[in-house]
Structure formats: structure tokens, C-alpha cells
Design a binder for this molecule. Structure first.
Ligand SMILES: [Zn+2]
Length: 279
């Protein structure tokens, strides 16, 4: 009996530890994870800076992260409901905390900045921060679930326009992208248009510009509030459906998204592609 009690104690202890590590590593509790506590914090208005060395704080501040707040709010017609948390990390730690590229917005709302940006981005870091602010403000408005289901091309297209992220650091300008599109016929199908996995960095950058051009056209006819209203019509049970895999739900949303836009706003993707291709 005593042994059974001990075994149960060990099992429940292990499960509790597992749950704890799951939350602090995978996301929900990450803002409270000791790694943030081990960093220095500096607050400036609505922005928290997390850093190891004073020089990193100075590096981040040099790009005036505060200055992009109101531009982002105006572009999206939204306000930041929570503070902005910028975390600068060495490359290894950045990867460990699921940072992709050189800057990324995590689902818990942290904006991670890899120290590599110092070497690899010659252009003002501000434009990249501005881009991430677009993701963050949408995340704060829509919540984690709906945010993850916004089609990637829509999300990036909005961010590219919000930060005017054209023609810098290897991202082609609009006219360069259209030239590439006409010459190389890279976008052979809608699936190919959506896919940015396992592709070269230059192809991804090209596609981001195309997403931007497309979203710019869409946003001219569809006010941002209508986009949010559409996203909010997605039912929670649709998001949590056990029959549908996440991929299926995403495909469904991509389809619905376009259908909705075609129906209500008379925008057709093929028409827009046709225009882009000069047909
Ligand atoms: Zn992005």
C-alpha cells in the first residue's frame, strides 16, 4: 500500500512537472519563464526591452521602436491593447525559443530579435520591427487561435504594406517582382502561390512582395474592419473541430476567405493575377 502511494506520488509529480514545462516552453507562460527574468528589463512607455548587455539595449533603441507604434495603429485602425515586449537574444537562444528568420512574433506576444540582425540587416531595423508590429497588433486583436488561421499570404501581405517593406534587404520592389513574375512564371498555381516552405530565401522574399501587392489591391476595396469581421465569423467549434486537421481548416479558410471576398467585394484572385501578369 505504501509502495503504491509512492508510485502514485511519483507519477503525479512527473505529470505536473511535464505540464509545467509544456506551458513555459511551448508558450502560454513563456513571459514568466526564467529566461526572461535572467535578462535585464527596461521600460519605455508602452515598450519593454529585454536584453543582456547595455549595448544591446542601445542597439534596439537606436531604431526608435516607439516611433512605429502610431503608424501601425493608424494603418490597422486598431490600438495595441497590451505592451510591446522586445527580446534580443543570441542566435542559439533565439532558435531555442522558436524564433524564425531574424525577427519574429511569438504567439505569446513576445517579439524576438536575433543578435544576428546586426550582421545581416544593413537597413534600418525599424522597418523589420514595424513589420512585426503588424503581426502583433493583429494577434492582440484576434487572439491566438484566429491569428494562427489567418492565411499566411494575407498576414504577410498586410505587414509588408503596413511597414512599406518593399525593395529593401533583398525584397524586390513592386515593379521588380512583377517583372520576375512575367519572366519566370514562378507562380504556377494557387498552391504554389501559398507555399513558402522549403524554398530559397530569394523566392520567399519575392513571394512576400507579391503578397504585399495583392493585399494592397484587396485593402483598397476591403476595409480592414471587414477583414476582421470575416475572421470573427469563424466559429470556435470550426477552429477546434476534431475531425478536421489544422491543415484542412486552413485550406477551408483560404477557400472561404477568397470566396467571401469574391462574393462581397467582387475581387477575384485570378483577375488580380491576370492584372499582375499583364493579361
Ligand atoms: Zn512577417
Amino acid at each position: 500500500m505504501k509502495n503504491l502511494f509512492k508510485i502514485l506520488l511519483v507519477i503525479s509529480g512527473t505529470i505536473l512537472m511535464g505540464v509545467f514545462f509544456y506551458f513555459v516552453y511551448i508558450g502560454l507562460l513563456i513571459p514568466y519563464f526564467p529566461f526572461l527574468y535572467s535578462l535585464n528589463v527596461s521600460k519605455d512607455g508602452n515598450i519593454y526591452y529585454y536584453y543582456s548587455k547595455q549595448s544591446e539595449l542601445e542597439y534596439m533603441k537606436k531604431f526608435n521602436p516607439k516611433s512605429y507604434i502610431s503608424e501601425t495603429e493608424n494603418f490597422h485602425n486598431l490600438t495595441f491593447s497590451n505592451p510591446i515586449r522586445l527580446v534580443i537574444l543570441p542566435k542559439k537562444k533565439y532558435k531555442k525559443f522558436k524564433g524564425t528568420g531574424l525577427l519574429s512574433t511569438r504567439l505569446d506576444g513576445l517579439i524576438l530579435i536575433s543578435k544576428e540582425v546586426k550582421k545581416e540587416i544593413n537597413y534600418p531595423l525599424g522597418i523589420f520591427l514595424h513589420h512585426e508590429y503588424s503581426h502583433l497588433i493583429l494577434l492582440q486583436r484576434l487572439g491566438k487561435l484566429r491569428f494562427t488561421l489567418i492565411p499566411r499570404w494575407v498576414l504577410e501581405g498586410i505587414a509588408i504594406n503596413s511597414s512599406n517593406h518593399y525593395g529593401i534587404n533583398g525584397y524586390p520592389t513592386k515593379s521588380e517582382a512583377i517583372k520576375i513574375l512575367n519572366q519566370k512564371k514562378i507562380l504556377t498555381s494557387f498552391d504554389n502561390f501559398l507555399n513558402i516552405q522549403e524554398q530559397s530565401v530569394s523566392t520567399i522574399k519575392f513571394k512576400y512582395t507579391i503578397y504585399g501587392i495583392l493585399m494592397e489591391k484587396i485593402l483598397k476595396e476591403v476595409p480592414m474592419e471587414k477583414l476582421f469581421a470575416f475572421l470573427e465569423t469563424l466559429e470556435d467549434n470550426q477552429l477546434f473541430s476534431t475531425e478536421a486537421s489544422k491543415e484542412k481548416v486552413e485550406n477551408e479558410i483560404n477557400k472561404n476567405f477568397l470566396k467571401q471576398m469574391e462574393k462581397e467585394f467582387k475581387i477575384s484572385l485570378s483577375k488580380t493575377f491576370g492584372e499582375l501578369l499583364g493579361k
